[in-house]
Design a binder for this molecule. Structure first.
Ligand SMILES: [Zn+2]
Length: 191
């Protein structure tokens, strides 16, 4: 059985009209390669400048806090993860969904980019207490993986190296932390 950690890019039209970004001098190395021939990408992220302003509407507070900490400590400080406030525009909305139908079948979480704020979904149908993955260990794994997508990281094969960005939950480290290569990939992308 595989349970996917979805990566849906719902709307990308806005990026078609965006001005090209000036070359960054901070990035010394090329972004890491991903499953399917893609590469990690700043453009395919929720990062605005060097920060993500989040809006928290998920009930899974433990997983939410863990994911933000996992991607903002121990040297991963180039992208600031901050709450949205009255003077800012949200870049990423954390939101719950409760569905096993169609695209949500066996999908525990998803990052979707949008014309406004991007959305990070956690699926209550699998993560609620009493459900198949209804405990904080799994919730943390899903939340940290999806926040990785929001930071521009695409899927890596667990056959290459241990990685939080494996597509299937069973291949994600149970500590729900970026692995060594995830950390070096972060620095390749964000300096
Ligand atoms: Zn994923």
């Amino acid at each position: 059985m595989t349970t996917e950690l979805g990566w849906g890019v719902a709307v990308v039209a806005a990026s078609l009209f965006a001005l090209p970004q000036p070359p960054s001098v901070a990035v010394a190395a090329a972004p890491a390669r991903c499953v399917g021939g893609q590469k990690d990408s700043r453009g395919r992220s929720a990062v605005d400048g060097h920060e993500v302003r989040w809006e928290d509407e998920t009930k899974f507070n433990n997983a939410f806090r863990h994911a933000n900490k996992a991607w903002s400590t121990h040297g991963l400080t180039q992208v600031k993860l901050r709450p949205d406030d009255a003077s800012s525009i949200a870049d990423l909305q954390w939101q719950d969904v409760n569905s096993t139908r169609e695209k949500w079948k066996n999908v525990l979480g998803q990052y979707a980019s949008g014309p406004g704020a991007d959305t990070l979904y956690l699926n209550r149908a699998y993560l609620d207490s009493g459900k198949r993955y209804g405990d904080d260990m799994y919730r943390r794994m899903v939340a940290a993986h999806e926040l990785g997508h929001a930071l521009g990281f695409c899927h890596k094969s667990p056959s290459w190296y241990p990685t939080l960005m494996a597509k299937d939950l069973e291949d994600v480290p149970t500590n729900a932390l970026p692995a060594d290569k995830d950390r070096s990939n972060y620095h390749k992308l964000w300096g």
